[in-house]
Design a protein around this ligand. Structure first.
Ligand code: ADP
Length: 402
């Protein structure tokens, strides 16, 4: 069977999976971590077992080499790699869909680095190393931003001087697009009418955002020019009064960039709970009676509900609300707190179904009386990347250019 190597390069990590484009679990998956440090390691998960090894060449090239070596050492598995699919965080206004990577595309990804200075350069490294080590294997870029390129100008523009948009492309881009597209397709596959209906999706993981989808197209989303805007997240503050940045910087005698780091890395669930950025740990603390944990969860749910209501103003009605991401898929507590705050929209959760929904499966968790269906749908961004890659490499000439 034909397989795709899915690669997700971060600045100090590289996640990977070998997939055949079907729902079956990856043949192998893993992560290279702490790239650039002395202690970098790579972990392969295969056949229900985990194998960890140090990475002597401790950079992106070392990680890709280790993956290639693993494939070569497992010739008995008959892996037929036909392409490589790369997750790319920022595609700016250049990329409205997934594309086969050529010189122009690589240059375009580099151009978009201004808005994703940690991620896009890492993606470029990962792509170049994969090209060097896997030779002629076609490679495809799948962008987190692409799905939101359907937003209208009155949604994507910030109310700042137009000149700043014209000259610098400062606008809302939105993220988690691969997840939203996956969810939208999954929902559409459940019933032939669903694909034409109005849907709200809450992608709640360490990063969290919401999206309003009308007839399969994104019409609004909560993240902005970077993933900092919108909901309260694991360590990100989400939206707040921008003046706060100057106040923090003055009061703490730090630069704006350092103040921004506080909003990106020290805030959100972590900042409020002072326990962890991890929702599970906070729920455990809340169950043991910790007030700050309760406050953090309430704030998280409140911000999520507010942003869901806000993006819903772009829809004439709401037929579906979908929860996904690590928290959305696994936390009945958070889902319940959010739906409680959406009662004015007529959403009524079936508490039993909400508590009992089986991990990793699609579940309907709304009551019959609810104005919209509420769903839990597990996302699978890697699968969509593998499917896009397969589709594009089997359609050579038409989609090659950005
Ligand atoms: P990322 O944005 O890094 O991809 P994930 O989608 O994996 O994040 O989500 C990670 C979050 O999901 C963490 O906050 C984790 O605590 C939360 N999570 C995972 N399982 C559960 C659970 N059973 N209950 C509550 N939260 C959970």
């Amino acid at each position: 069977m034909e397989q795709i190597l899915v690669v997700n390069c971060g600045s100090s990590s590289l996640k990977f999976a070998i997939m055949d484009g079907s729902e079956s679990p990856p043949l192998m998956e893993g992560i290279a971590e702490r790239l650039g440090s002395e202690h970098s390691i790579i972990t392969f998960k295969y056949d229900g077992k985990k194998h960890e090894q140090p990475l002597h060449e401790n950079d992106h090239r070392g990680a890709v080499t280790a993956i290639k070596n693993w494939i070569d050492q497992h010739s008995d598995l008959d892996i037929k790699l036909v392409g490589i699919g790369h997750r790319v965080v920022h595609g700016g206004e250049l990329f409205t869909k997934s594309v086969v990577i050529n010189k122009d595309v690589l240059q375009g990804i580099e151009e978009c680095s201004q808005f994703a200075p940690l991620h896009n350069p890492a993606h470029v490294k990962g792509i170049k190393e994969s090209q060097a080590l896997f030779g002629d294997l076609p490679q495809v870029a799948v962008f987190d931003t692409a799905f939101h390129q359907t937003l209208a100008a009155d949604q994507y523009l910030y109310p700042i001087p137009m000149r700043l948009y014209r000259e610098h492309h400062f606008r809302k881009y939105g993220f988690h697009g691969t997840s939203y597209r996956f969810i939208e397709q999954k929902l559409a596959s459940l019933d032939e009418t669903y694909g034409q209906q109005n849907t709200l999706v809450a992608h709640l993981g360490n990063g969290a955002s919401v999206c309003a989808i009308r007839a399969g197209k994104s019409v609004d989303t909560s993240m902005g020019i970077t993933p900092l805007e919108g909901l309260m997240m694991g360590t990100r503050s989400g939206s707040l009064d921008p003046s706060l940045l100057a106040f923090i910087s003055d009061a703490e005698h730090i630069t704006m960039k350092q103040a921004l780091d506080i909003l990106n890395k020290e805030s959100g669930l972590k900042g409020i709970s002072e326990i962890s950025n991890d929702c599970r740990s906070i729920e455990t603390a809340q169950a043991a009676g910790d007030d700050r944990a309760e406050l953090a969860l309430n704030m998280f749910a409140s911000k999520a509900a507010k942003h869901l209501a806000a993006v819903a103003t772009n829809l004439d009605s709401v037929e579906h609300i979908v929860f996904t991401g690590g928290i959305g898929e696994n936390s009945p507590v958070i889902r319940s707190k959010i739906c409680d705050r959406l009662k004015m929209m007529g959403i009524r959760l079936d508490q039993h179904a909400n508590q009992m929904c089986p991990r990793g499966e699609i579940s309907r968790i709304s009551k019959q009386s609810s104005s919209a269906f509420a769903w839990v749908i597990p996302t699978n961004e890697e699968l969509l990347i593998a499917q896009d890659t397969l589709a594009l490499i089997n359609r050579p000439e038409t989609e090659q250019h950005r």
